[in-house]
Design a protein around this ligand. Structure first.
Ligand code: FEO
Ligand code: CA
Ligand code: CA
Ligand code: CA
Length: 750
């Protein structure tokens, strides 16, 4: 999500910076020392291969004894049967439409408000619609496809019928209200009316919707028995180490075993056993905390936790849902300590500890409760990407925490992968097996091209003895993963968004979308560039100067010895986002051309069928020139490029030398823009049918920058999509799923 307009929502929730731990400054000093040392070693390290071979791996092995690794079974690699990226690149454009290459067709199939059963009325799109718990939610985001056979059973081979599990992250808001959802734009002062709040709550969460192809045309199936909504009010089980923990006791669940709903669902994942994973991202902003709550909590350690997760005392909530009345379903959004109990069973002081997880659900079975997998840690989750599973080895799940200066994580299961589990009949029980027990790691990235995965556990003395927060046990570490990562000196990144694993070689790609808080001469709230976040520059958008790393980059990691369970890795930067004309020495380090340039990578997913790496943007920096986009890429491998030293000029006349590793520069054959979206939209959510011939993606928040004051005048909406593409009544813009097909019946991206 990106750039709400004003008042309470004047800060992009993605951009909240809650990390004031000192570890990055230490890292920066260390990295600067390392980079000087590398320079002193002379020009020997001009080739990245030399770095990785001579410095990176040997440095790792001395710090970190290599585990004994079973011989990996190679994962089947997608084999292109046709020339990939043969389409003509789509030019940058500000047109209010979805633009795809010649020879392709994009069609809208599932938009905000579409009914999910036969009794919910058709969507009028005039602000009078209700019953959103039986309609498509808002702000479609991450999404996965689950095949259905002709007789309605789960299959991985169907390419003409299936279920889409769709995240509904948030809503287009201005002054508190989701204004496109209300006839008059909604009430913009507190208290918020019950009817408005009930609608706004229900448009969040997840939907499961059946889609079906008839002839060449896809449509969603309104009356499918598989259709399902999960909202912030749906009962969800807490699972893993934090289940039953004192930090999760609430009035609603004194046994700390369940919570209500999932919120701000952003990236997704698909497990090797066919379940759906959804990441809870900017949930913190939905809670209000009283101005005197520190005193009410009498100095207990929850204050440090709340601060680290973005809720200082006096913090206002994004929509004021707590103000709609005394009913418990509204009261829960106020996390002030109000009750007299010692354990929190008479109020919602611990309610926020129930949000911030990877949530697993079975898309095929709506009788089964979703489960929050607490072992994977609590933070602002994006996607959850599994390493390529190898029989007899532990499973790795890669994840990021999307806020400025947050971290990259990995979970490694205790259980080793059994091939029979790929077709397990009880998918949630299989999730219990792999996702409730294991080790959680955070990434520390070194300037020499190496890195370590550091386990977050009480056995780590830095965690057990951390002075800023006294950890009690592994449940406490999972719930307060950010604090544990601070304690071990993890590397602060430029906002980790999605990650994905290359099916061809197991390398892990992370979108680092942007960071306005990098500076060569940093203030106390900023960070100096470091090797894996090496840029700090000024980009002009009209007359406004955007500083830091406005265009983002894509980090790439290769596991060391041990495969999924490795505790060391090597890395480089696959691509740097930039404008094609930008300075090639400091900004356009990947030498992007006009057919390739992009800003703020966010969604990122490898196709398991073609092997193409799809890159999607959620940008506010380059939107004076182009709407957000999706690109197709055929990347190489970690270390295929070269080491580059950026000599940033400092204010005092000196230079800050930062070594980084730039992946091999793309060519016209290996990176090409495939799609540009409507005005104000983010391009997100990507999945395909197994034949690779139908691709589903999401268009999130078209018309986002419309002023609430202009609601009565559709001509002033910044976007009228998808009604201007012939989908549905009314001119209010709607988030929607589209399907892309190739007119000659070929695979997408060929
Ligand atoms: Fe919901 Fe970090 O994007
Ligand atoms: Ca985003
Ligand atoms: Ca610019
Ligand atoms: Ca995102």
């Amino acid at each position: 999500m990106n750039k709400p307009n004003d008042l309470v929502s004047s800060i992009d929730p993605d951009d909240i910076d809650c990390n004031d731990s000192p570890n990055e400054h230490f890292n920066t000093v260390l990295n600067a020392r390392l980079s000087r040392r590398s320079l002193l070693r002379g020009g020997m390290a001009s080739a990245a291969t030399a770095i990785f071979g001579a410095v990176g791996l040997s440095a790792c092995s001395s710090d970190d004894p290599a585990p004994v690794a079973p011989t990996p079974t190679p994962t089947p690699t997608p084999v292109p049967t046709e020339k990939l990226l043969a389409f003509n690149a789509v030019p940058k454009t500000l047109a209010d439409m979805v633009t795809v290459p010649a020879g392709y067709t994009a069609s809208v199939i599932y938009a905000l408000g579409d009914p999910l059963n036969g009794t919910t009325p058709a969507y009028k799109n005039d602000g009078t619609d209700d019953n959103f718990d039986t309609r498509a939610g808002d702000h479609h985001d991450g999404m996965e496809f689950y095949g259905l056979s002709a007789n309605g059973t789960a299959t991985t081979s169907s390419s003409d019928r299936g279920l889409l599990a769709v995240n509904h992250e948030a809503t287009t808001d201005a002054k508190l209200s989701s204004f496109f959802l209300h006839a008059n734009g909604g009430v913009t002062t507190l208290p918020r009316p019950v009817a408005e709040v009930d609608k706004e709550v229900a448009i969040h969460g997840v939907s499961v919707v059946e889609v079906k192809k008839t002839g060449a045309a896809w449509a969603y199936v309104k009356e499918s028995s598989f259709n399902r909504r999960i909202t912030p009010l749906t009962d969800i089980e807490l699972s893993g180490p934090a289940r039953g923990n004192a930090l999760l006791v609430t009035k609603y669940s004194p046994t700390a075993t369940k919570t209500r709903g999932t919120l701000n669902n952003c990236g997704t994942g698909k497990s090797p056993w066919g379940s759906f994973l959804t990441g809870e991202e900017n949930w913190s902003g939905y809670f209000v905390r009283g101005a005197a709550d520190d005193a009410a909590r009498a100095g207990d350690k929850s204050i440090a936790s709340l601060k680290r997760y973005g809720r200082n005392q006096g913090a206002a909530s994004r929509h004021g849902w707590e103000s709609a009345g005394s009913d418990d379903k509204y009261a829960r959004w106020d996390i002030s300590k109000k009750g007299a109990s010692a354990d929190g069973s008479d109020d919602y002081r611990n309610e926020m500890n129930g949000m911030g997880y990877i949530v697993e659900m079975d898309p095929y079975d709506k009788s089964k409760s979703a489960r929050k997998r607490t072992a994977l840690g609590r933070y602002a989750h994006e996607s959850a990407a599994f390493g390529n599973p190898v029989v007899g080895q532990q499973l790795a799940v890669y994840m990021g925490d999307d806020s400025r200066n947050e971290y990259i994580y990995k979970f490694v299961s205790t259980a080793v992968w059994a091939a029979a589990d790929a077709s397990a009949s009880d998918r949630m029980a299989t999730g219990d097996k792999y996702l409730d027990s294991g080790k959680l790691y955070v990434a520390k990235i070194n300037a020499d091209g190496s890195g370590q995965w550091i386990e977050l556990a009480m056995s780590n003395a830095a965690i057990a003895g951390y002075s800023a927060y006294k950890f009690a046990d592994q449940a406490d570490i999972a719930i307060n993963a950010r604090l544990a990562a601070d304690a071990v000196g993890a590397t602060k990144m430029d906002r980790p968004e999605w990650c994905s694993v290359n099916p061809a070689n197991g390398e892990i790609y992370y979108s680092l979308t942007n960071n306005s808080n990098r500076a060569v001469d940093p203030s106390s709230s900023q960070l100096a560039p470091d090797s894996s976040n090496p840029r700090a520059y000024t980009d002009m958008k009209g007359s406004s100067a955007q500083t830091g790393n406005p265009n983002g980059h894509i980090l790439r990691m290769k596991e060391g010895a041990g495969g999924s369970a490795a505790t060391s890795f090597t890395w480089d930067v696959y691509l740097f986002g930039a404008e094609a004309g930008a300075n090639g020495g400091f900004v356009n380090l990947s030498n992007l051309t006009a057919d390739q340039d992009f800003s703020s990578p966010d969604g990122l997913a490898f196709s398991p069928y073609t092997g193409i790496c799809w890159i999607q943007t959620d940008d506010g920096a380059y939107t004076d020139v182009t709407n957000c986009m999706m690109l197709a890429a055929v990347p190489g491998t970690v270390g295929d490029g070269a080491k580059v030293t950026l000599n940033h000029p400092k204010a005092n006349g000196g230079t800050l030398a930062v070594d980084t590793y730039v992946g091999k520069k793309p060519t016209a054959e290996t990176l090409k823009r495939f799609l540009v979206g409507p005005v104000g939209s983010e391009i997100t959510g990507i999945c395909e049918t197994p034949d690779g011939k139908s691709m589903f993606i999401n268009i999130q928040h078209p018309g986002e920058n419309t002023s609430q004051a202009n609601l009565a005048d559709p001509s002033k909406y910044t976007s009228q999509w998808p009604s201007n593409a012939g989908y549905g009544p009314g001119k209010r813009p709607r988030s929607a799923t589209i399907v892309i097909t190739k007119n000659d019946g070929g695979r997408i991206g060929s």
